[in-house]
Design a binder for this molecule. Structure first.
Ligand SMILES: Cc1ncc(COP(=O)(O)O)c(C=O)c1O
Length: 380
């Protein structure tokens, strides 16, 4: 018999989204509003640069941190967009934002360190924190319009707090933080030594005003996660950017190097094109997502849901009316079985998720319209 593998892996559950998808995937004709993937193709000019890279046999390893031209171009791109001020030496090209998050946590956490997260939150952080021996500390934001407030943050900080993860615009709520709200949080975090992991993967998808990053407010403490998955509809290319002060980046590089060596050379060529000549590639997608968000918001409100209008990303996190007795898992299963519409039960994202569901509008307008008709029939 083999010796046992590490025991803490049994603390990690299969993602709630996956579990629910498996449950409803056999239902005929189901419209999935469950996915967090753009439904747009990667821009043509980006695809062409990758094709050319293959033709030119650009198929070897790149430097571990990524192609120097790409790190330079990414530094310019993020500085022009959000005044991040990271030099090319302060950027690692990673395998999606996911690897960037994993490396950031792996680098800073020691056993017993606490990491503050908003609740509800993207389910990708907690397992990584737990595996690294850290302790997730959730701040309930369901009564503050899904925003962390300075008061709540202050109350959550202890001597063991090592980091806070700030995913804005948020998956699953679509809510983001304004410059004034970020400034107020910065005042609490400044001089605490706490790392701020700012997951800004949805930064290009904001509908009311341009994205503001917390990095210029806390330049020494902030680790920024970004990537091209959402902004350039490049999920499958797996390109992310991990950005941090150089003293941290040099340590992070050790983990990146011995885990993946480097991101795909072909994808890096595509990424170089995206950040060099695709500055405005998100615009048509953003316009379309905004139209869909307005349409879905109107339909949900007419059905009797109370909804917090999203500022960005492509999700609604919707509360079930009190008149519905079911918890959101049972409710979502019935919706899928009776009206062939799939949304994710909120328990995948939140300790309070029993009364919520996440709806993704990264689906075509026709599909969304049909889904809203079916949901309206279900709500009757
Ligand atoms: C908040 C958040 N961060 C990170 C990721 C992962 O991004 P990537 O596909 O680039 O790894 C996602 C994907 O849905 C996300 O929603």
């Amino acid at each position: 018999m083999l010796k046992p593998i590490r025991s803490d892996l049994n603390k990690i559950a299969v993602s709630g989204i996956r579990a629910f998808n498996n449950r409803v995937s056999t239902i005929d004709g189901v419209i999935r509003l469950t996915l967090g993937e753009p439904d747009f193709p990667t821009p043509e000019h980006v695809k062409e640069s990758a094709i050319q890279a293959i033709r030119e046999n650009f198929t070897n390893y790149t430097p571990n941190a990524g192609m120097p031209e790409l790190r330079k171009a990414a530094s310019v791109f993020f500085d022009k967009k959000y005044q991040l001020g990271f030099s090319e030496q302060e950027i690692i090209v990673t395998v999606g934002a996911t690897e960037a998050i994993a490396i950031a946590l792996e680098t800073i956490l020691e056993n017993g360190d606490e990491v503050i997260l908003p609740d509800p939150v993207y389910p990708g952080y907690e397992p990584l924190i737990t595996l690294r021996g850290g302790v997730p500390v959730l701040i309930d934001t369901t009564d503050t319009a899904f925003k962390i407030t300075p008061e709540k943050l202050r109350a959550a900080i202890t001597p063991r707090t090592k980091a806070i993860v700030m995913p804005y615009p948020s998956n699953p709520t679509g809510v983001t933080l304004s410059e004034a709200e970020l400034a107020a949080l910065s005042d609490v975090l400044r001089d605490t030594g706490i790392y701020v992991v700012a997951d800004e993967i949805y930064s290009e998808l904001t509908y009311n005003s341009p994205h503001v990053s917390i990095r210029p407010m806390l330049p020494e403490q902030t680790i920024v996660i970004n990537g091209l998955s959402k902004s350039h509809a490049m999920i499958g290319w797996r390109i992310g950017f991990l950005m941090a002060p150089e003293s941290l980046i040099s340590e992070m590089l050790k983990i990146h190097q011995y885990t993946v060596t480097c991101a795909s050379s072909i994808s890096q060529k595509a990424a170089l094109e995206a950040v060099t000549n695709g500055f405005d590639d998100t615009l048509p997608m953003r316009t379309e997502y905004k139209t869909r968000a307005g349409f879905v918001l109107d339909r949900l409100e007419k059905m009797g849901f109370q909804v917090i209008p999203p500022d960005g990303a492509f999700y609604f996190f919707v509360k079930l009316p009190d008149s519905i007795a079911d918890n959101s898992f049972d409710w979502a299963v019935r919706l899928a079985e009776e009206q062939q519409v799939a949304v994710v039960p909120g328990s995948a994202f939140s300790t309070k998720g029993d009364r919520y569901f996440r709806l993704s509008y990264a689906a075509s307008f026709d599909q969304l319209a049909l889904a809203m008709d079916r949901m309206a029939a279900f709500m009757k």
